[in-house]
Design a protein around this ligand. Structure first.
Ligand code: ADP
Ligand code: MG
Length: 935
């Protein structure tokens, strides 16, 4: 369309770069300088042009971890260094074949580790991309939601409470807009913004009150801004280099495994020394001893472990995504498995967040709206119009004021789109009010024409109310509008230039109200207060969310920024009760949690009686105890810590109190997951072990602070993610058991052989090969093992628990030793009966034994015969491949030379396979014994 913008644009582009003082221009000047139509925004064509010209609106990311760097890390891993030293040593000693073979294994090992890490990293980066922020922009005269990275200079963007500012903007409109600019100024208090131009040279960022910057967040109010810089041209981009830090987080498990690795390295060193000593005492060959000792040390250390953990976590995050849980921080996958308490919001998470106004309580009467929830929602989704006057309910002055007021003091939009369908946008609570008002003939659209909004004090979850101020004026022309006539005929209010409507939680509303409307204004006496509180309790214990509506006539507008002062001396008109049904799947999920030893805690800003009713429906609490935010504030830290052990319902809670609850639970040693959606929830989300943000209703700020985002806002998704987390942890434990048991058997074999005057049964290269086989395909296949049957029927493992607890350590030792001794006996027999290929027989037996171990270790409780070979197909593939590779090494002449193997007869091969099963039987037997013992 208007590609004529381009020359201008090129000019201003240069201007942006060298720092046009946008703050010193009037909004109009800024708009015309950039060439944006204030009513239509940019055209899509111009926007696409600019996007390709300037590039995406994002910071240049530091290269994640270069391929070279990853390779280098693999090469410099301790074990690999040891191997390289061994290779050099054998080369120096003249054994070039051994040296080459060892180097080949080193390369394999490095490639294996590298590809695993690379793939895991890639996959996770792709997942993270899904959590990118969005922005609302005006293009071709329509508001649309686009990815923040597609915002271009000249776009007009909408900014709302909880949004991340998508780019640097000159403000065009501001309604109490406040942003938090700590990233630039270090000041955590949010700053009030303005539209008017500011004169001055070289104002600091903090003083440019009419500008908002990428990387800051809107903490309050609303506004519109004109984008003047994007991507690396923004102020954030300019300092990006200095703040970019690659955070590489280690999970608790990874930390513990690191420690384990170090201990094993020390053990390996001690073993090497021991081997050497024994060998020398027996007058062995120093070279041979050296090589064997080194390869043994390498064999003991589970090199595959870091890769397996990373892969398992990445696979876990992919599985979680399939179940609508987006992981933002990889360690969360593992922590999820140990969650002991899930704190959840009520509205939208445990309930459907589809409100319907059911009941109105007014001073003189009570009105029930009988239409069912299903009827209303089906109409919202379907073709039929919700706009339908009257409904058998006679419209009276209090009803008109209550519903009309709540439709005006309201940011929801219910409109008919081109196809005649009704589309509802906004907070479900507010949509319900607009719909209810509409049904009684008070269309929000028409009301807003008669009573235009001129100022407001937005909702926040601390105050739990909001206020809008409207022009009331002389009511000229009202007679020509149906709604106008309706209102005039009903509501006889004194003339005043402005009228303010406030809606919010009753308890707070009563504090700021002094009068009540009952066919005229009357003082709000103690009697009336009692009645209202009783009504409130009654409606709440029916499970409805109750909002009070009040108004106040004003002679003049409050000065900008002081709109809150209007919230006093209000006239209460009525109570609205609306129903929000519990999600059916939430109940099942709560039951799953109970079975899994996880406590569910409900936290809500709503009335305690309502909270309790819903909690009872969902069977969250075993008792009727609840705490309100106010009560919570009066408790000492110790008292609170004691209370949170019993109380599962928290009502009228503010975000700061959420933080307190998290802290108290954590102090009790719980692993806490906490949900949140608002800006103020961020601290609690960060504090929790698992911060969970709502994907649909959540603000950017909450998502940014969270470890996990629920794409469907559904409580049961958290439970599903916990389940996946447990599976991952189980699989990592299985790998450790499998890997270390095998390693112990090898070490026992090699250590004991010299003691019974036998030559060393395995060549160094053979030890390394087995190590490689075991850490490769079989290990990976274990990490995709499906869930054990009882994952969600056992209590969570204590978070600090060692991976060796629950008998794992004991099993590794005894099964490892049993296997080692059996293989030694088998080898001794083959050797003493004079078979020239006796070493190959031991080699084959050891290699096969890893396959059997992997199969047996697939489940901790159930026999392989029970779970079946087909329940983990990758494992089946890994088994066949591993077997094939081992056969190749023993039969292919080239490889035979390298691996120093000799051919086996069919009978010998079968003997090896038979003996190699010993570990398998031991593990299976153990499962049976444990079952009989009822453990
Ligand atoms: P929840 O924790 O269940 O999401 P909220 O913090 O959203 O609760 O709401 C807490 C209380 O604030 C509600 O009980 C209601 O009284 C009031 N409230 C909620 N939404 C609005 C709104 N849009 N306008 C006015 N008051 C509201
Ligand atoms: Mg809410």
């Amino acid at each position: 369309m208007s590609r004529g913008n381009r020359p201008d644009y090129a000019l201003t582009r240069r201007g942006t770069g060298d720092g046009t003082r946008w703050y010193a221009l009037e909004p109009q000047e800024a708009l015309s300088q950039i060439g944006t139509d204030p009513r239509k925004g940019l055209s899509q064509a111009v926007a696409s042009d600019r996007l390709s010209q300037d590039g995406a609106n994002e910071l240049a990311e530091p290269p994640p971890k270069s391929v070279l760097r990853m390779l280098w890390e693999q090469i410099t891993a301790t074990t690999v260094v040891v191997l390289i030293v061994a290779a050099i040593a054998s080369a120096l000693l003249g054994d070039f074949e051994d040296a080459l073979a060892i180097l080949a294994i080193v390369v394999f090992n490095a490639v294996l580790g590298f590809t695993q890490e690379y793939r895991a990293g890639k996959e996770f980066a792709a997942l993270r991309k899904m959590a990118v922020p969005k922005a609302r922009v005006l293009r071709d005269g329509e508001w649309q939601q686009i990815l923040a990275r597609e915002v271009v200079v000249g776009d007009i963007v909408q900014l709302e409470d909880g949004d991340q500012v998508p780019a640097d903007c000159r403000l065009l409109e501001s309604t109490n807009l406040r942003t938090q600019e700590a990233a630039f100024t270090g000041e955590s208090e949010s700053v009030e913004k303005q539209v008017a131009k500011i004169d001055g040279q070289d104002l600091s960022l903090g003083d440019r009150r009419n500008m908002v910057y990428m990387g800051t967040v809107v903490t309050y109010g609303r506004g519109r801004g004109l984008v003047v810089a994007t991507g690396m041209d923004t102020e954030l981009g300019k300092i990006a280099d200095s703040i970019q830090s690659v955070e590489s987080e280690q999970t608790p498990l990874q930390k513990r495994l690191d420690q384990l690795g170090k201990r094993l390295a020390i053990a390996a060193l001690a073993l090497v020394a021991l081997m050497f000593a024994i060998g020398l005492a027996r007058g062995g060959n120093v070279e041979d001893l050296f090589l064997t000792a080194v390869s043994l040390a390498v064999a003991i250390i589970p090199e595959g472990l870091p890769a397996v953990v990373t892969i398992a976590l990445a696979i876990g995050s992919r599985r979680m995504l399939k179940r609508q849980a987006l992981i933002r921080k990889l360690p969360a996958v593992e922590t999820l498995g140990s969650v002991t308490t899930i704190c959840s919001d009520k509205t939208g998470t445990l309930t459907e967040n589809r409100m319907t106004v059911k009941i109105l309580a007014l001073a003189g009467e009570q009105v029930e709206l009988r239409e069912s929830f299903a009827e209303i929602t089906s109409r919202l989704d379907g073709n039929k119009s919700i706009f339908r006057p009257g409904d058998g309910v006679p419209l009276s002055a209090p009803i008109a004021l209550t519903l009309g007021g709540s439709a005006l003091c309201n940011n929801a939009l219910v409109k008919e789109d081109e196809d005649g369908k009704d589309k509802a946008l906004g907070d479900p609570t507010e949509i319900a009010l607009v719909v209810a008002a509409d049904r009684l003939g008070l269309s929000k659209e028409e009301l807003e024409v008669l009573l235009p909004r001129v100022a407001e004090a937005p909702f926040d979850s601390d105050r739990k109310r909001m206020t809008t101020i409207h022009q009331w004026g002389d009511r000229q022309g009202w007679e020509s509008s149906n709604v106008g006539k309706l209102v005039l005929s009903l509501v006889k209010l004194p003339n005043a230039p402005y009228i303010a409507f406030t809606k919010g939680a009753i308890d707070g509303m009563l504090e700021v109200s002094t009068r009540i409307w009952d066919n005229g204004q009357k003082p709000l006496d103690a009697n009336m207060r009692d009645r209202i509180l009783q009504d409130n309790d009654r409606l709440a214990s029916m499970g409805t969310r109750v909002l009070g509506v009040a108004f106040r006539l004003l002679d003049e507008l409050p000065p900008p920024g002081r709109e809150l002062e209007v919230e006093q001396d209000l006239v209460m008109v009525g109570l609205v009760g609306m129903l929000d049904p519990a999600r059916p799947e939430a109940k099942t999920a709560v039951q799953t949690c109970n079975a899994a030893g996880i406590r569910t805690v409900m936290i809500t800003g709503d009335h305690p009686l309502m909270a309790r009713t819903i909690a009872r429906d969902l069977e969250i609490a075993t008792n009727d105890k609840y705490l309100t935010g106010q009560q919570l504030n009066q408790l000492s830290t110790e008292e609170l810590e004691q209370q949170v052990g019993e109380v599962s319902v928290y009502a009228r809670v503010s975000p700061q109190q959420k933080l307190k609850i998290v802290e108290a639970l954590k102090n009790r040693g719980e692993i806490v997951s906490m949900t949140g959606d608002g800006v103020n929830d961020a601290p609690a989300l960060r504090k929790a072990d698992i911060g969970v943000a709502m994907g649909i209703t959540g603000t950017d700020v909450a998502k940014e602070a969270a470890d996990m985002v629920l794409l469907n806002d559904n409580f049961s998704t958290i439970v599903a993610a916990v389940e996946e987390g447990r599976v991952i942890y189980d699989n990592i434990r299985k790998f450790i058991r499998y890997n270390l048991t095998g390693n112990v058997s090898g070490v026992v074999l090699m250590l004991l052989a010299p003691l019974i005057a036998m030559p060393l049964p395995l060549r160094p290269i053979q030890i390394l090969w087995i190590n490689l086989l075991a850490d490769g395909l079989l290990a990976l296949a274990l990490s995709v093992e499906p869930a054990e049957k009882n994952v969600m029927q056992r209590p969570p493992y204590p978070p600090g628990e060692s991976v060796f607890s629950r008998g794992v350590g004991r099993d590794i030792v005894w099964i490892g030793i049993l296997m080692g001794i059996t293989f030694l006996g088998f080898g001794y027999w083959a050797w003493s009966t004079g078979r020239p290929n006796w070493q190959t027989m031991v080699f084959a037996t050891l290699a096969f034994s890893r396959i059997w171990l992997a199969l047996a270790m697939r489940s901790e409780q159930r026999l392989l015969a029970r779970i079946g070979l087909l329940s983990n197909k990758p494992m089946l593939g890994a088994v066949l491949l591993t077997f094939g590779l081992q056969m190749l090494v023993m039969t292919l002449p080239v490889l035979q030379r390298w691996f120093e193997t000799q051919p086996l007869t069919g009978v010998e091969l079968w003997a090896c396979v038979g003996v190699s099963t010993i570990g398998f039987w031991a593990v299976e037997l153990q499962k049976l014994v444990r079952k009989w013992a009822g453990q």
